[in-house]
Design a protein around this ligand. Structure first.
Ligand code: AMP
Ligand code: ZN
Length: 473
């Protein structure tokens, strides 16, 4: 089956046909964090969806060139640095570091590039683009010295959000400092310096100031991926005005179609409301780890629902994630043990064969819920086959190969390098001694003590093996 995605622009499921797929990688731009505070797990739902998309494209044989920007200059970072009394760079540095740490905890694949908006190379590019827009009369400098995009001159404005401009006229809020604009919907490309900005400013043909948030993404995308890209993603809150503005700016400059496929993920909710900094209803990755959960468990919890369906975050959901991963771990351990065991004793050919259902489901607009449904169905069937001694080592290896393939997308395998705590290792040794002495009662007691410490001991033909128990953090 061909890959198909829901394109926000057309509001239709479309077959995926990147430009020059043979000659170059798929060009993918993902709006990154605004580094004024630690990202919350709602933001990470968006980044995990983008990770899933990239990994599935790669599973299907595409090379992907992905850029994720770091928004380190806009209103909130400037305000934060001012309140903390530190230079902007120093203020944003800590949150950039935290972002990379959390992304690693959640096993999000690194992008190829992480351009920062304050990099002079990109500031120059932004200024170039704004100049081009002014010369095409698509932008103008207002009395407040800021430069605005003239939305009335760009007929496609509103096409991504399916927005009627007359609505914007009647319902738009007029901010005190934006009376100078020709149209209420005109957005800032360049914001003239004012005292609140302190020493945060760059020179430009329009006087000192700083770029607007939207032009940052247009310029960095164009600088690193060219005039026309294949995929652009973000959360649904990015559709308007951010991505709408990006289209107007980029297409206004080049006259070419900017993005082929726009993909947006639905929000992570708390009690039915969007998780957001401004609402104070958020958790960060360290908040979740502090409750005893692992990054892998959080990755699973954020990944398991289709990206276009809103997902309510609950602790119960985290426990379900833990349980599901426990089932996967247990299954992998059983398959592993079967490999190398003699074929003798296998009663009949194994019934369940690995299929391509998992990948096929992801081809269908990244239908992860269906894909995971197939995974757990396969686990049930193969466990049954193993229970009935109907699976041989060759089929166990075929299933492990299959897992390896789908895990290149899921990245959900338990850490293999977890070191075994001394106390657990000693208890396991004592249990082994008890078993040798055929003291089954003591052996069972020791197994329970090991289990209480979050570990599981399994007796294999190569001796006892310790794994993190399903109930461990
Ligand atoms: P920001 O740092 O606010 O620019 O947001 C970074 C990314 O997180 C954007 O793609 C947003 O659309 C996305 N985002 C923000 N809040 C949520 C949420 N509650 N659920 C899912 N994605 C979100
Ligand atoms: Zn952006």
């Amino acid at each position: 089956m061909a890959l198909r995605f829901f394109n926000t622009y057309s509001r239709e499921i479309e077959e995926f046909e990147p430009r020059d797929a043979m000659a170059r990688p798929v060009r993918m731009y993902t709006c990154g964090p605004t580094v004024y505070s630690r990202a919350h797990i709602g933001n990470f739902r968006a980044y995990i969806f983008e990770d899933l998309l990239q990994r599935h494209l790669e599973l299907r044989g595409y090379k992907v060139h992905r850029v994720m920007n770091i928004t380190d200059v806009e209103d909130k970072t400037i305000r934060g640095a001012g309140e903390a009394g530190v230079p902007l760079q120093k203020f944003t540095e800590q949150f950039k570091g935290a972002f990379f740490e959390d992304a690693q905890t959640l096993r999000i694949k690194r992008a190829d590039e992480y351009p920062a908006a304050t990099d002079q190379r990109y500031i120059d590019r932004m200024i170039e683009m704004i100049s081009a827009l002014i010369s095409k009369r698509l932008a103008y400098q207002a009395d407040d010295k800021s430069v605005y995009f003239r939305i009335n001159k760009f007929p496609d404005y509103g096409k991504l959000a399916h927005f009627d401009l007359t609505q914007l006229q009647s319902t738009g809020r007029v901010k005190h400092d934006e009376y100078d604009k020709e149209h209420i919907g005109d957005f800032a490309l360049w914001k003239a310096w004012d005292e609140a900005d302190g020493d945060i400013k760059w020179d430009s043909p329009w006087g000192p100031g700083r770029p607007g948030w939207h032009i940052e993404c247009s310029a960095m995308s164009m600088a690193l991926l060219g005039d026309q890209i294949d995929v652009h993603c973000g959360g649904v809150d990015n559709i308007f005005p951010h991505h709408e503005a990006e289209i107007a700016q980029s297409e206004g400059v080049t006259g070419k179609k900017f993005v082929r496929y726009w993909l947006h993920c639905a929000h992570l909710l708390v009690d039915g409301q969007k998780m957001a900094k401004s609402l104070g209803n958020f958790y960060t990755v360290p908040d979740v780890l502090a409750k005893g959960y692992t990054g892998r468990e959080l990755r699973y919890a954020l990944l398991r629902v289709h990206y276009r369906v809103p997902l309510n975050f609950t602790w119960e959901g985290m426990n379900e994630a833990r349980e599901s991963l426990g089932r996967i771990d247990e299954w992998l351990a059983r398959l592993g043990e079967l490999i190398g065991t003699p074929r003798r004793g296998v009663r009949s050919a194994q019934r369940a064969e690995p299929t391509s259902h998992f990948e096929d489901a992801l081809d269908d607009d990244l239908n992860i819920s269906a894909a995971l449904g197939f995974l757990f169905e396969s686990i049930r069937e193969t466990n049954r086959a193993m229970d009935q001694n109907e699976m041989d080592a060759a089929s166990a290896s075929a299933w492990l190969e299959w897992w390896k393939r789908i895990n290149s997308v899921l990245d959900l395998e338990a850490e293999t390098d977890v070191s075994i705590p001394e106390e657990v290792a000693q208890l396991a040794q004592q249990r082994e001694n008890a078993r040798r002495e055929k003291n089954w009662k003591r052996s069972d007691e020791l197994r329970e003590r090991i289990s209480a410490l979050g570990w599981e001991v399994r007796d294999t033909k190569d001796g006892p093996k310790l794994t993190r128990g399903a109930g461990s953090a």
